[in-house]
Design a protein around this ligand. Structure first.
Ligand code: NOJ
Length: 797
């Protein structure tokens, strides 16, 4: 069905399992994380409804009788109350609705509160709900637990750069255990928005630009948060957000509108949400952005047609912060009642903060603008999550136990492993002695740590600076080298700095054997409401960098940021650059172990790293254009007709600074040719296999030798990409369809094999149906999205 026709059809009306998580992470990796053929196909939406009948989950049919018996006893007021949510703590947006929560809870007018993090306060509110409200329905307490609760893990962009869903699952388990012990049973995470534009600050919160990788990560978060049973005391309900298309905001400016064709929506933006649903997510958040003119929090096509009808979702849809109220400035409602009606009829169950459901929904039902059956359905979704969590049986948190769940040594160790695996070595050029600067030689050398970000790279939403057993880089370096070998210079602030500070840092670098520069963005320069039009180093940091490089001392640049930064000068003149993202609580030890080679970096980029802001949005899985530049040298301006009338810039190359999937190592890997078998496939056989989804038998085997040609053991994220040509709709120049992390000893060759199920070759065709088509098939097994030798095959009609 076409998008427009669909719109017309819907008129505007985390303890006991806490674990033995950590010790064998390193050992797990060599077993190769085969993800390709084994991964659920998340884009097969219409063929495969969500079958998430996870025991103890929200889709558990066993909950239905209990839901109905509660619903049966509820008044109209109480039903609406279950759909009302307020922030009752530190606000995470403008305006907080109301403050008379005690009275409202007693009257059954509130279903959920969030941003309350004191267990005593949580119990205080819960006591009112359980003892004073007529039906004793517990309050659901939520929070943005996005990369750990108190034990702060790397930001999600960093976590995704591990290319290791098992780390994300374990980190989310720790987050769930800590949050649940505090009384928080609902996290507004994972953010599964595809992000193609580094100007958008919220790129930091997601898994990057690829739907295949993003789907794997989305499912891992949900599994980690929700555990093996949602009703276990250490499980919390996940909330996949922001549904949908939010990452495509125009100009990368937060809260802006989006224009996404149905084809692109289905191919790129929807799959991670479907993967979260397949993994059993209890809830989903409707986004701020308008999508093709319809605000996401009032869009029946995405919220009803796709989510409920095609995918069969039975969980809760909560609006984003005041996104119901924002229907007015969006321009599709002129008053609160209309905004509430449009959001509700489109499929938003719970109203976060705006109070418009509280104020209007009863009247909307009484006046017949919405039916009581529609109201009942929304209430069912809310009750199912509360029942699924076991909140009716265990509404209170053990106030004495809360603090004991935090900062377990195993959790800190996992945060350190996650950080080590999240770092992406962008550059490590050989010096005049023919040797790369990293890893630094052990032994006594004098290190100057320079820059504003060495001491604190925590992130808003993570633990506040100074909390928990945090070890900064200078402290960890001093522990390794001895205090007298480490000097520390601020050099510049993030946004400011003086000539004197720069001069002191230069003098410090001159006395040292090596300068470690810690530059980048302040933690609050990425995330929500942190879009940037300039992606260079803020303030005087570029000046500081150039001054230190001019000393001629060896320089290691560690970049802290929630996004790629456009630093052409640095990538040309600084020998060694490491992207550390915002690494969390164990930043210091993780960085020191990496700098000295105790661990060999293996992280790879999950977003394309631009050369210039003007290239954005920039992503590897783009379409081909009718005028690809081919072999034309784009480093020079066009000089004739042949070099001019191409899809190119006259003042910048098309290629990124670093492609999606790129990441260096202290060793080197050589890839042999890709082989594919069989080389002839048939549309009919592939289409037959489609309905089996991930359970189907492999249709194609692709293999390549990968050799460690260096002198150190290393882990390599081996990637598999395909391209389909000759199809009814133009397909991307490359699409990730598999990845594996392989540990390879120096001199060793590993044969890496991928098995691709029929679903890998299905496309959203020109009728927006997912099917296989006759096509020329190209397959690469490669270290990133720009290299690798292609193998050819054919899908025959
Ligand atoms: C607005 C953000 O967009 C969303 O991600 C978050 O969960 C809510 N605020 C609640 O803090």
């Amino acid at each position: 069905m076409s998008y427009l026709r669909s719109l017309r059809r819907f008129p505007a009306k985390s303890r006991s399992l806490f674990p033995k998580l950590i010790p064998s992470l390193a050992r797990l990796i060599p077993t190769a994380l085969l993800f390709s053929g084994l991964c659920l196909l998340t884009s097969l939406a219409p063929l495969a409804q969500v079958s998430s009948s996870h025991a103890g989950g929200i889709a558990d049919k066993g909950l239905d009788t209990r839901v109905e018996s509660i619903l049966h006893r509820m008044t109209l007021e109480e039903k609406v109350g279950q759909l009302v949510q307020y922030s009752a703590g530190q606000p995470t947006g403008p305006g907080t609705g109301r403050t008379d929560y005690d009275d409202m809870i007693a009257r059954g007018e509130i279903g959920s509160l969030f941003n309350v993090i004191d267990p005593k306060e949580i119990n205080k509110y819960q006591k009112i709900a359980m003892e004073k409200s007529r039906l004793h329905i517990p309050i659901l307490f939520g929070l943005d637990v996005i990369h750990g609760f108190k034990t702060e893990f790397p930001i999600p962009l960093g976590l995704a750069s591990t290319w290791d869903p098992s780390i994300i699952e374990k980190a989310s388990r720790v987050a769930a255990t800590e949050a649940a012990a505090d009384g928080i049973r609902w996290t507004f995470s994972p953010m599964v928005d595809i992000a193609r534009d580094a100007r958008w600050g919220r790129m930091a919160e997601g898994a990057g630009e690829d739907p295949f990788l993003g789907s794997a990560m989305a499912a891992a978060y949900v599994r980690g948060y929700q555990g093996s049973r949602l009703d276990a005391p250490d499980s919390i309900a996940a909330c996949a957000k922001h549904y949908v298309g939010y990452g495509a905001v125009e100009g990368g400016r937060d809260y802006n509108s989006t224009e996404i064709s149905e084809h692109t929506l289905r191919q790129f933006y929807l799959p991670p949400f479907h993967a979260a649903l397949e993994a059993g997510t209890a809830s989903l958040m409707s986004a701020f952005n308008s999508l093709n003119g319809i605000p996401s929090s009032a869009n029946p096509f995405t919220l009803k047609q796709i989510l409920r009808k095609e995918w069969g979702f039975r969980g809760l849809v909560v609006s984003d912060w005041n996104s119901v109220g924002e229907l007015i400035p969006h321009g599709i409602a002129n008053d609160g009642a209309t905004a509430a009606r449009k959001a509700f009829l489109a499929g938003v169950d719970m109203d976060m903060v705006s109070s418009l459901y509280h104020d209007n929904l009863q009247q909307i039902v009484k006046s017949g603008q919405a039916t009581e059956a529609e109201l009942d359905e929304a209430v069912r979704h809310a009750l199912r999550v509360k029942l699924g969590l076991g909140l009716f049986e265990h509404p209170y948190v053990d106030e004495g136990a809360a603090a004991k769940a935090l900062y377990h040594p195993e959790s800190i160790a996992l945060a350190q492993t996650a950080a080590e695996r999240s770092f992406v070595l962008l550059k490590n050029a050989n010096g005049p002695d023919g040797k790369a600067l990293l890893p630094l030689a052990s032994g006594s050398q004098n290190v100057a740590v320079i820059g504003p970000l060495a001491d604190d790279s925590s992130y808003p939403g993570g633990a506040p600076p100074g909390s928990g057993p945090r070890v900064s880089l200078p402290v960890a370096l001093a522990q390794r080298l001895g205090e007298s070998h480490v000097s520390r210079f601020q050099g510049a602030g993030i946004l400011d700095g003086s000539d004197n500070d720069i001069a002191e840092a230069v003098a410090g670098a001159q006395k040292a054997d090596v300068a470690i520069l810690t530059l980048g963005e302040a933690p609050d320069m990425s995330g929500e409401a942190a879009s940037r039009a300039h992606l260079g180093l803020p303030g005087r940091q570029q000046e500081l960098l150039e001054a230190i490089v001019r000393t001629g001392k060896p320089v290691v640049l560690i970049l802290f940021s929630g996004r790629p930064l456009t630093l052409p000068w640095a990538f040309e003149h600084v020998p060694t650059v490491l992207a550390a993202w915002l690494p969390g609580i164990a930043a210091g030890p993780a960085l020191v172990r990496t700098l000295f080679g105790d661990v060999n970096p293996s992280g790879k980029l999950v977003v394309t790293w631009p050369r210039a802001v003007g290239q954005e949005p920039l992503y590897y899985n783009s379409l081909g254009t009718g005028r690809p530049p081919g072999d034309i040298d784009l480093t020079r301006p066009p000089s004739d007709v042949a070099s001019r009338y191409l899809s190119r810039y006259i003042d910048e190359q098309n290629t990124p600074q670093f492609p999606f999937g790129y990441g260096g190592s202290y060793t080197s890997f050589k890839y042999g040719p890709t082989t594919v078998s069989p080389q002839r496939l048939s549309v009919a056989t592939l289409n037959q296999g489609l309905s089996a989804g991930a359970k189907g038998t492999p249709a194609v085997t692709a293999e390549a030798d990968v050799t460690n040609t260096g002198s150190r053991p290393g882990e390599e994220v081996v990637q598999l990409y395909i391209r389909l040509q000759g199809t009814s709709v133009a397909e991307p120049v490359r699409m990730l369809k598999g990845f594996q992390t392989v540990a390879i000893a120096p001199g060793e060759t590993r044969r890496v094999k991928f098995e691709l199920k029929p679903e890998a070759f299905a496309i959203w065709n020109d009728h927006n149906q997912i099917l296989t088509e006759a096509a020329k098939l190209t397959v690469w097994i490669s270290p990133d999205s720009a290299r690798g030798s292609p193998a050819q095959a054919e899908i025959q009609p």
